[in-house]
Design a protein around this ligand. Structure first.
Ligand SMILES: [Zn+2]
Length: 1086
């Protein structure tokens, strides 16, 4: 699954960055007894504390201070005991599902029958599987399959049909039969008159004669007779469990078929089998039925063993109106009319490969497609189709053009063909995440699959490429080989994330994808330094924790650790190891050590890597939270260099359990004066606390450690070496990525009190004469965004703004402020960021230009012809909404409502929350709880401080049950995003106290997103501490610099007021709050 890019703006802890959010989990799930007890204890303690506080407030008028239920010694909500209903019993295993569904979108309901072939490994009298929000009929049946083998000679399709009819006769012998293949067949025929050819598909023992009937061959066929097992009761247990009690125990090693019929509703829920809709060009509302099962919603569509390791084959049939198209993982086998419902038909799909339940998918729509074919590695011509609503199909060309290229490339590097015969990619109008890798039927948000040169920006094109590359990588990592349990979700997501960059870099090399990758890593290093970060591989103890694992740690950190391994052992051995792993584990489930074993097998023959234990190396990174800083101290006389590793954390008091961690750190190094010869392969290993070595570096050379930022750690140097590095930066001899890496390390070391801020700030002047590299600017601006937020209420903020204008000005002028079309996509990305910052720091040119661009457009009769260059639209929208009033807000609100193009809609809703009018924020948030379509609703919560966040906080405090009900009805990710939008950038103790009280009051409902809450608190603590410690020093530096270098533009000369040229004057509100940092950087990369 790809997480939604729109969500990335709701970073709980660092809203200026865009690594993927810790979204949190779905509310109302199961809580272990242990946690329940803790709740009781918490409640009692809290009650006592609240009493004490009330007493104090009332009688002593002291400031309100909430009870601190954030234990400083361990993460909130931590438990060591797995929830007892978390897992299904392992001794019953399904092998095959025959699923028949009748879906009525008009009535918003479906009915279904499922025949699950199961086997027990021990004699049990209970079957436990999953079912959620389904009505299970009481007519459930369980039959034991009794097989007799027979060899059939030279049959044709027609003969097979006759054969099934013969079976029908034989079953009559059994008196007690309540369900047999044949009686099922009888039932089926009333609905499917031509099901005869399908009959043989029903048992797993007859696969040979399923869909492709051999012209002439001998076949081993199994007669299947049955014995009924009485089901005494069917009950619902906690944890979405359906428990069937049996009169007699199951015999181990024997197949049983469990038959269940059920009904469910097709709601607009974004999970399970849900309804999506759109308005077509004739203003008619069209409906679709869509599935989204990952991680645990297959159980909401049909009863099943809904854990990733219960892989089985699926054979699906769907009855639906004839005027819509049904799609599923596999190809359509046949269509079949339904006699008593002339406008309806059955679509029967081929039997699937062995797969996990969360990858099953089916979709009903009136969509159209464009298609192509490609020849796969195993010489089979496979069809690729991209589907969209008819109005948008012209935008599917880019997706269709890159998919075969990516597939061919992946087949090459993974050494295995794409496993299925077809691939559909479909753009869904209402979709929660960015995309989902359902095997053979990949679902996307419209904006992540469709690309239109006219409306979209190059960044949108890049996002389409990235999301497709990610989901295609999953067809191997995740679909073919699946994690055994959600603990190793990172194997799926980390790999797909890494490979998405490899894939896009291959097909669109001019984007320099690995610069973006490194940038994402730097973002992540910031959030992974929070107190409550967690390991990549971590146990899942409660059902609600599964959704919390879809976070930046599983995706981006997973990807970075895999990349570090790749560079350590070389491309050649890395891909060899992958091929070994995929081949060994295909159609099965694996754990991380299975991957390390495969990598060890690949590296064993390389003498240089003989000493390397891949397992120990990687476990030290995947099983420990956080990462180290490597302190490098040079002895300039002897040439000896000492390396010391230590947990890097921005927390004042890290958890004691983390403080002593040691990693196996691969050290690569170089001197700054010879960038041509750099290698990122490790030359040293640091696996103890300290190590020293004599390095061939002379005292005048700058030593550079962690070449190309491949290692997942930061580096701090002694002062003299920092000076040498700084000279290299200012002489422009360092490659852009290295400049970015040093800037990022310096800023974050300063933030953690390990380097002087003046030093970090001094490095930023390296761009003052212009800098073309996007990667340098991205890193610099992201670090400045933290300062922008924190300094905004300080007296020196104006100097910060002046400084930013100063360092932006040369490069902006050089790029003509984006007024001339950028020469390539990279330049478009850069100019967008720079102009956004120019407006954010209220440069008069930018504000005037944005206003003029808007008026030019708003004055047109036909608004569909937008004259603003697409790559600058976000800047213009954001600026005029922020500095405007109701008129501008209304303009974009109407645009959001009236537009049918999802790109136009998304851009409008993403910028509406930047308004600084209290009433408009309140209006927008209210609409997010009612009429804003679900997939856009949470975007409304991307509000700006201080006005927007204040209103959002009030709404949460006063109407939490409504907000909770609205967002938890969608998915597990929206509510944490909304809460992070309101509370994610707190800089005062009062705000933090309010937040803690809020969390305490609603702790039960908020428990499923405990990690997000913890990170919000961590982030607030850092901001509050930072302001006390560093704001004055940092402000002084900015003031000194601008006074010296640009005295005319500074408040140091009061006769030249800062905003003298501003004619924008849109609204009454003239406070100088900058644009939301989020908006500026959310587009940097996904
Ligand atoms: Zn994914």
């Amino acid at each position: 699954m790809s997480l939604s890019t729109s969500r990335q703006q709701f970073l709980a802890y660092e809203p200026n960055g865009d690594p993927e959010v810790q979204y949190g989990r779905k509310g109302g799930v199961f809580i272990s007894t242990c946690i329940c007890i803790s709740f009781v204890i918490f409640a009692v303690l809290a009650a006592v504390l609240v009493g004490v506080i009330v007493y104090f407030i009332t009688f002593f008028k002291v400031s309100k201070k909430p009870p601190d239920f954030w234990n400083e010694m361990e993460p909130f909500g931590q438990t060591d005991t797995p929830s007892p209903d978390l897992r299904l019993p392992p001794h019953i295993v399904p092998s095959f599902y025959r699923l028949k569904l009748k879906a009525d979108l008009e009535k918003s309901s479906f009915t279904g029958e499922v025949y699950i072939t199961i086997r027990a490994s021990k004699p049990v009298k209970e079957i436990v599987l999953h079912s959620k929000n389904l009505s299970i009929n009481s007519n459930a049946k369980l039959t034991e399959q009794i097989y007799e083998n027979e060899t059939i000679h030279t049959r044709t399709k027609r003969e097979v049909q006759n054969m099934t009819e013969n079976y029908e006769d034989t079953t009559e012998v059994f008196e007690n039969v309540t369900y047999t293949e044949s009686t099922d067949f009888d039932n089926v025929t009333t609905e499917f008159p031509d099901m005869t050819t399908e009959f043989s598909n029903i048992t797993t023992e007859l696969p040979v004669i399923v869909t492709e009937i051999p012209q002439s061959m001998d076949t081993q066929v199994t007669h299947s007779n049955v014995r009924n097992i009485e089901i005494i009761s069917i009950s619902e247990g906690s944890g979405d469990r359906l428990i069937l009690s049996l009169a007699s125990a199951l015999t181990p090693g024997v197949d049983y078929i469990l038959e269940l019929s059920f009904q469910g509703q097709i709601l607009n829920s974004l999970t399970g089998f849900y309804k999506s809709s759109y308005v077509n060009n004739n203003s008619e509302v069209r409906q679709l039925g869509v599935t989204q099962f990952e991680p645990t919603s297959a159980r909401a569509a049909f009863p099943c063993f809904d854990e990733p390791a219960f892989k089985a084959q699926f054979e699906i049939s769907i009855a639906h109106p004839q005027n819509i198209v049904a799609l599923s993982n596999m190809k359509v086998a046949t269509h079949e009319s339904i006699p008593d419902q002339p406008d309806w038909q059955w679509t029967h799909f081929e039997r699937s490969v062995r797969m996990s339940t969360y990858l099953v998918a089916y979709i009903l729509s009136d969509f159209v497609n464009i298609e192509t074919t490609y020849m796969s590695k195993d010489n089979v011509t496979k069809t690729i189709k991209v589907w969209a609503r008819p109005e948008l199909i012209s935008k599917a060309k880019y997706a269709l053009s890159i998919t075969p290229k990516l597939l061919a490339y992946y087949e090459d590097v993974f050494g295995l063909p794409y496993a299925l015969d077809k691939l559909d990619l479909i753009a869904i109008p209402d979709f929660s995440s960015d995309a989902m890798e359902n095997w053979g039927l990949i679902t996307f948000r419209e904006t992540t699959l469709l690309f239109d040169e006219k409306e979209s920006v190059p960044r949108d094109k890049q996002n389409v490429a990235i999301d497709i590359a990610h989901e295609l990588a999953h067809q191997w990592f995740g679909n073919l080989v699946t994690m055994r349990w959600w603990t190793d979700l990172w194997l799926n997501e980390g790999f797909a994330t890494y490979i998405e960059y490899v894939g896009v870099d291959k097909i669109e090399p001019e984007w320099n994808m690995f610069d973006s990758f490194s940038h994402d890593k730097m973002e992540l290093l910031r959030t992974d330094a929070l107190k409550n970060t967690s390991p990549v591989s971590r146990q899942v103890l409660g059902a609600a924790e599964i959704s919390q694992k879809f976070d930046e740690i599983s995706y981006t950190k997973g990807a970075n650790l895999i990349r570090m391994l790749n560079h350590t052992i070389s491309d050649q051995l890395f891909y060899k190891g992958l091929a070994i792993y995929l081949n060994k584990w295909k159609y099965q489930n694996a754990e991380e050590n299975d991957l390390w074993e495969a990598m060890s097998e690949a590296t064993r023959e390389d003498p240089a890597l003989k000493e390397l234990s891949v397992v120990k190396f990687m476990n030290s990174w995947t099983r420990q939270a956080g990462y180290p800083v490597v302190n490098v101290n040079r002895n300039y006389d002897t040439g000896y260099v000492t390396f010391q590793q230590k947990l890097f954390t921005s927390a004042k008091y890290p958890y004691p359990s983390m403080a002593d961690q040691l990693w196996r750190v691969p050290i690569s190094y170089a001197t700054m004066d010879a960038p041509g010869n750099w290698s990122s392969r490790p030359q040293l290993w640091l696996d103890q606390r300290t190590a020293s070595a004599s390095l061939p570096v002379n005292e005048s050379q700058a030593l550079y450690v962690n070449v190309n930022a491949i290692g997942y750690y930061r580096v701090n140097y002694d002062q003299r070496n920092w000076q040498l590095l700084r000279s290299a930066l200012h002489s422009r001899s360092a490659p852009p990525l290295t400049t970015a890496q040093l800037l990022d390390d310096a800023f974050n070391l300063a933030k953690a009190g390990q380097l002087r801020y003046t030093h970090a700030l001094g490095l930023t002047t390296c761009v003052v004469d212009g800098e073309d590299a996007k990667t340098v600017w991205d890193t610099l601006l992201n670090n400045m965004a933290f300062l922008n937020h924190n300094l905004r209420t300080t007296p020196g903020y104006v100097y910060f703004q002046d400084y930013m204008r100063l360092i932006l000005s040369k490069q902006l002028a050089k790029m003509n402020y984006g007024l001339v079309r950028p020469k390539d996509d990279n330049e478009a990305f850069l100019v967008e960021s720079l102009v956004m910052w120019e407006c954010m720091v209220e440069a008069p040119r930018c504000l005037n230009w944005a206003r003029a661009e808007f008026e030019k457009w708003a004055g047109q009769d036909d608004l569909t012809e937008n004259p603003i260059p697409s790559y600058l639209r976000a800047v213009v929208y954001n600026t005029v909404i922020k500095f405007g009033g109701r008129r501008e807000f209304e303009f974009f609100w109407r645009l959001f409502h009236n537009a049918t193009d999802p790109v136009v809609k998304s851009l409008a809703i993403a910028n509406l929350p930047s308004t600084r009018e209290e009433a408009l924020v309140a209006f927008l948030l209210e609409k997010s709880l009612s009429e804003i379509p679900k997939q856009y609703a949470v975007s409304a919560w991307s509000v700006d401080p201080p006005v927007g966040t204040r209103v959002a906080q009030q709404l949460l405090l006063q109407q939490f049950p409504r907000v909770h009900a609205r967002f938890t009805a969608m998915d597990a990710f929206s509510l944490p995003s909304a809460i992070a939008g309101a509370f994610g950038v707190m800089t005062t103790v009062d705000e933090l106290d309010t937040f803690k009280s809020f969390a305490l009051e609603h702790k039960e409902k908020l428990m499923p997103m405990s990690q997000t809450l913890q990170k919000i608190v961590d982030s607030a603590n850092i901001r509050i501490e930072w302001n006390k410690k560093y704001a004055r020093e940092v402000n002084q530096w900015f003031q000194d610099y601008v006074t010296e270098h640009a005295p005319g533009s500074s408040f140091s000369r009061t006769e030249q007021p800062l905003t003298q040229n501003i004619t924008i004057n849109i609204s009454e509100s003239t406070t100088s709050t900058p644009l939301n940092e989020t908006t500026t950087t959310k587009s940097t990369t996904r």
